[in-house]
Write a protein that binds this ligand. Structure first.
Ligand code: ZN
Length: 398
């Protein structure tokens, strides 16, 4: 198959109107409880109309119902019915005479959304999300979905920003619980990420292969970043072994008390039993109001469960949950932290990754000045606004 066969916009352009309408008749598909297989996703993306319906249903886009200026019912632009066209997303008001400026009002459903400046077919976006959540390498996503590697990199960056904003919002709203709690073991540790011998180009979208590195770049050592993290160590009764529970990871400039202790206080609940092997934590038992128990553990020996089974899940978790998923070029502090947050988010939602993503993006909007925000977050602060805007929507003036 060639790449273009996957390009939804191209397929649509080749279809005649009857074929398109036939496709649009597909019955709606219920959301699955677990991660869907590719066949189910291909139902969502069967044509650009069903893809647009899918993201609209999940609150990523909203077609304007009424004119913002006079309240008349907004109309589809002309006779454009092909969802790939930019006019498909436009709704306009034809009642110029009622507008004080005498101008025509129009608004795109993409306006103020993640798709605002994007030409990517919505169907391709859904496929992108599908493979991105699975952690498929970007080069593979580019080939499978048939989208430009630069577009893949851009969208991966957007989605990291969305995840970071979402984690920040849920944390601010107290929706994220700290790790541990009375009697629960939290293993804390620091790990070095991204230490490599050669420098990779700073330029976005450019992955420099070792053999193409110029002499001036050769030998530039990348020192990497220290990451401070914690993982709950949970005794699994059913399987009679220790397993890794929830986790956190933060990039730190230094590994001193002044840096690490405030993060510990923020991320780990009072009463937890903290396992560590590093001297900076000697003050842990004395932290007022936290009632932490502290045990020093020697990493190199690993853990032994009561039945003598050798368990090393916590050290293994650093690799399997984090390092394995971080690309080599994410060596600067900022980028690395974003990747870590994405892994944290995926861990939180590992039982419902697909549903968790579409719940996360529900009501997601982008403001050129303020950046990413959620519609319901704004409305929650003023319930009356919500009621007003809903009644406005359902009753356009004739
Ligand atoms: Zn109007």
């Amino acid at each position: 198959m060639t790449q273009s066969e996957f390009d939804v916009a191209t397929i649509l352009a080749m279809m005649n109107k009857e074929e398109l309408e036939e496709l649009q008749e597909l019955p709606p598909v219920e959301d699955p409880d677990d991660y869907p297989d590719i066949q189910l996703v291909s139902r969502y993306t069967a044509n650009e109309k069903s893809a647009v319906d899918f993201v609209t249903k999940h609150g990523m886009m909203e077609f304007p119902q009424c004119c913002d200026w006079c309240g008349s019912k907004a109309k589809t632009w002309g006779r454009v019915s092909v969802p790939g066209s930019k006019y498909y997303f436009m709704r306009r008001c034809g009642v110029k005479s009622q507008h004080h400026n005498g101008k025509q009002w129009a608004k795109s459903a993409k306006s103020g959304t993640l798709f605002q400046y994007s030409k990517l077919a919505i169907g391709s976006f859904i496929y992108f999300v599908y493979f991105w959540l699975l952690g498929i390498p970007y080069t593979a996503i580019s080939r499978i979905v048939g989208i430009n590697p630069n577009t893949v990199t851009d969208w991966a960056t957007y989605l990291r920003e969305v995840v970071v904003a979402h984690l920040a919002m849920t944390q601010e709203n107290g929706m994220q619980q700290p790790l541990g709690g009375p009697g629960i073991i939290v293993k804390i540790d620091e790990s070095k990420f991204g230490k490599r011998k050669y420098h990779v180009s700073d330029e976005p979208h450019t992955v420099t292969l070792a053999h193409t590195i110029t002499p001036s770049q050769r030998g530039h050592r990348v020192e990497g970043c220290w990451v401070f993290g914690g993982i709950e160590r949970i005794w699994d009764e059913d399987n009679n072994r220790w397993r890794a529970g929830r986790m956190f990871a933060e990039v730190v400039a230094k590994r001193d008390k002044a840096t690490l202790i405030p993060i510990l206080k923020k991320r780990v609940a009072p009463g937890s039993i903290i396992h560590s092997d590093f001297r900076a934590y000697d003050c842990i038992p004395e932290l007022e109001g936290y009632n932490f128990e502290h045990k020093k553990v020697n990493h190199s020996k690993g853990f032994k469960a009561s039945d003598g089974t050798h368990t090393n899940t916590i050290e293994g978790a650093w690799y399997s949950k984090f390092k394995r998923h971080i690309p080599n070029n994410a060596y600067n502090q900022h980028a690395l932290q974003d990747y870590l947050f994405v892994q944290m988010w995926k861990e939180i939602h590992k039982d419902n990754l697909w549903g968790g993503f579409w719940t996360m993006v529900d009501g997601l909007r982008v403001d050129d000045d303020e950046g990413i925000y959620w519609v319901h977050e704004k409305l929650e602060s003023d319930d009356e606004t919500e009621i007003e805007s809903e009644s406005e929507q359902s009753q356009c003036s004739p």
